[in-house]
Ligand binder design. Structure first.
Ligand code: AGP
Length: 609
């Protein structure tokens, strides 16, 4: 996610803003910028790269002044570059923004038809043009901002500075966080608490639709219609370390709970339930290629490979063509057979996994078209691809991948629907219905996360066991694999994911009271089969922790512990079902006292063989 800091007061804005950006560095970014009114004009300094690169520029040309805004950018629209870095200036106003403007294409066309010229690829620049358009027409600064906000759909946290009214800052939020810091004769705006915690502990957490005007004397908060509203300040007692994790104990825990937002951000601006439209900014594939597509190979590692196993079900179901899912470390040495109209899909959160890169190269060299699903803009995997679909999960800091996984799955679902549409394999009504199911996922995940206390309680009972077996079938076999991987990589317990149908071919010999079995037994076309597998485990004194669908009473006859989950659409059940397994692994690891965010022997991105 991007980082925003705004300041107005009597202090030196440059130091306060840079300090604030540094406290947000943990969020990950690829460029940085600052805009300060120096008493005469608005000075803007921006750079691709890190805050230290911006500091080098400021060391040569320091900017005095006591009002300004600053930004660290996690690119979503437009590659990391100086011209795409924030703040974006048009006329007297400069804007910093965190979020995604869903209707940026339509607004850009309208502004260009009204003579506006764009200097960046970003959706953010649109805000500056809209505000300037209204100011030119004689509207006040606040009215111009309110009008601009009403034109956009999507998510935003923005702060605006105006060279013609330098004693004021205006901020607003909808869908992305923005915090107001209340100092003595000085005020702050920030994306997150750490940026301003060393200046004030009195903060207001602005709500969606709030617009705030700051001057050195007063702060006023309005709703989007310009009606003044009151917001209760909170006193923040966190220490800086806790603040970086938004009060969570670990980044992994924070990222598990960020998944509703991460999934919503990944869907925003891409699927439209009214029209059934699906669009990806960097999908260059022609309709002709999609129609002639004959074969797909997915290449990935670890958790991303598990996402690929889920994606195979979607792609085969909607496109009716063969789909293989390969481990990068194996595929790269296979001298793979590439046919005509063959698509190789690379899935990688970091976009830097050496084995995945090598596997994609093996396909590319033999003539395959490369499409990648990445979380990091302009990463190596993205740069080598013909098409790139970005998950908008925001930086994933915990080594154990969580929100990247669920956003990869929803991206694969959107891709499958889009390719099926291009091939004429699904009609508009079916697509619109499935998009409706997809748009429900963030709230369903939110509902599952409320089961955290129950899952923590279950983890207390099982965290001392040394071995676990995870069972799943069909779409949820990959979820059994993923649940086992989460447990083993952060708690160091040996855990094995297995297709439940394979139990009778060997693993059932392992079953006894010392081997807890986690079974994914939610409503599905294979429910009866997995239910029988659980009965076989119970008949041999196995302990069963079952994931079940709300309303399933039969499961009580065979499971020792039950985690009930909402049901939407079987295809999307993997996104729902993985959440309790992430939480279970997390709490077991915490009980065992391991380093959850930096597990032993592991790196966040395996950039070597
Ligand atoms: C998952 O929790 C692990 N951190 C690991 O398996 C990871 O998924 C794998 O290394 C692939 O990483 P990537 O998605 O960045 O390519």
């Amino acid at each position: 996610m991007c980082g925003i800091v705004g300041y107005i007061g009597s202090g030196k804005a440059q130091g306060i803003l840079i300090d604030g950006l540094k406290k947000l560095e943990y969020r990950g970014y690829d460029s940085a910028g600052i805009a300060i009114f120096d008493g005469e004009t608005l000075i803007i300094k921006r750079t691709k790269g890190k805050i230290r690169d911006l500091e080098k520029i400021l060391a040569k040309e320091p900017v005095k002044g006591s009002v300004g805004i600053a930004h660290t950018r996690w690119a979503t629209h437009g590659k990391p570059s100086e011209e795409n870095a924030h703040p974006h200036r048009v006329g007297p106003v400069a804007v910093v923004h965190n979020g995604i403007i869903e209707n940026h294409i339509e607004l850009r066309k309208w502004l260009e038809s009204n003579g506006h010229e764009f200097s960046s690829e970003t959706d953010t620049e649109i805000f500056a043009h809209l505000i300037e358009e209204k100011l030119k027409g004689g509207s006040s600064f606040l009215d111009s901002v309110l009008w601009a906000l009403k034109q956009v759909s999507g998510s935003y946290a923005i702060v605006v500075i105006n060279e013609d009214e330098p004693d004021k800052l205006i901020g607003a939020r909808s869908g992305s966080p923005l915090i107001l810091g209340l100092g003595e004769g000085e005020y702050f705006l920030a994306s997150d608490i750490p940026a301003i915690l060393s200046y004030t502990r009195n903060m207001v957490f602005l709500e969606d639709g709030d617009v705030v005007t700051l001057s050195r004397e007063t702060v006023k908060i309005f709703d989007i219609e310009g009606k003044q509203v009151e917001r209760e300040p909170k006193r923040i007692t966190w220490d800086p370390g806790m603040a970086e994790k938004s009060g969570y104990k670990h980044f992994m825990q924070k990222e598990i709970f960020e998944q509703p937002r991460a999934i919503a951000d990944t869907l925003t601006g891409r699927v439209f339930s009214d029209s059934g439209e699906i669009r990806f900014e960097y999908l260059n594939m022609s309709e002709d290629f999609a129609k002639k597509l004959q074969r797909i190979t997915i290449v990935a590692c670890g958790t991303s490979w598990h996402a690929g196993l889920v994606g195979r079900y979607y792609l085969e179901k909607f496109l009716r063509i063969p789909v293989d899912v390969e481990l990068g470390s194996e595929y790269r040495y296979r001298d793979p057979v590439i046919s005509d109209y063959h698509l190789v899909i690379g899935i990688s959160q970091s976009g830097e996994t050496a084995d995945t890169i090598a596997g994609l190269k093996a396909g590319k060299e033999r003539g395959a078209r490369i499409l990648s699903i990445c979380n990091v803009i302009d990463s190596s995997v993205a740069r080598m691809s013909d098409d790139v679909l970005y998950t908008h999960a925001g930086p994933e800091i915990g080594v154990a991948s969580t929100k990247a996984f669920t956003t990869q799955i929803v991206t694969l679902y959107m891709l499958s629907l889009l390719l099926a549409k291009l091939r004429g394999d699904v009609d508009e009504i079916e697509v619109a219905e499935k998009i409706g199911d997809l748009l429900q996922v963030p709230s369903l995940v939110e509902k599952v996360l409320k089961q955290d206390p129950l899952i923590e309680k279950i983890s207390q009972k099982y965290y001392k066991y040394q071995n676990f077996l995870y069972l799943g079938r069909h779409l949820n076999f990959p979820i059994a694999l993923e649940g086992a991987l989460k447990l083993k990589e952060i708690s160091y317990i040996h855990a094995e994911g297995y297709p439940a149908g394979e139990m009778k071919h060997g693993p059932i010999a392992l079953i006894d009271e010392n081997l807890p079995v986690v079974a994914v037994a939610t409503r599905s076309t294979v429910y009866e089969k997995i239910y029988n597998n659980i009965e076989e485990v119970k008949a041999r004194n196995g302990e069963v922790i079952a994931l079940a669908s709300e309303g399933d009473k039969r499961i009580k006859d065979v499971a020792n512990e039950i985690i009930y989950l909402p049901f939407s659409n079987e295809d999307l059940s993997p996104v729902i079902n993985v959440i309790p397994l992430q939480l279970f692994a997390y709490h077991v690891a915490v009980n065992r006292g391991t380093d959850v965010d930096q597990p032993r022997n592991l790196a966040k991105s395996v950039t070597v063989e």
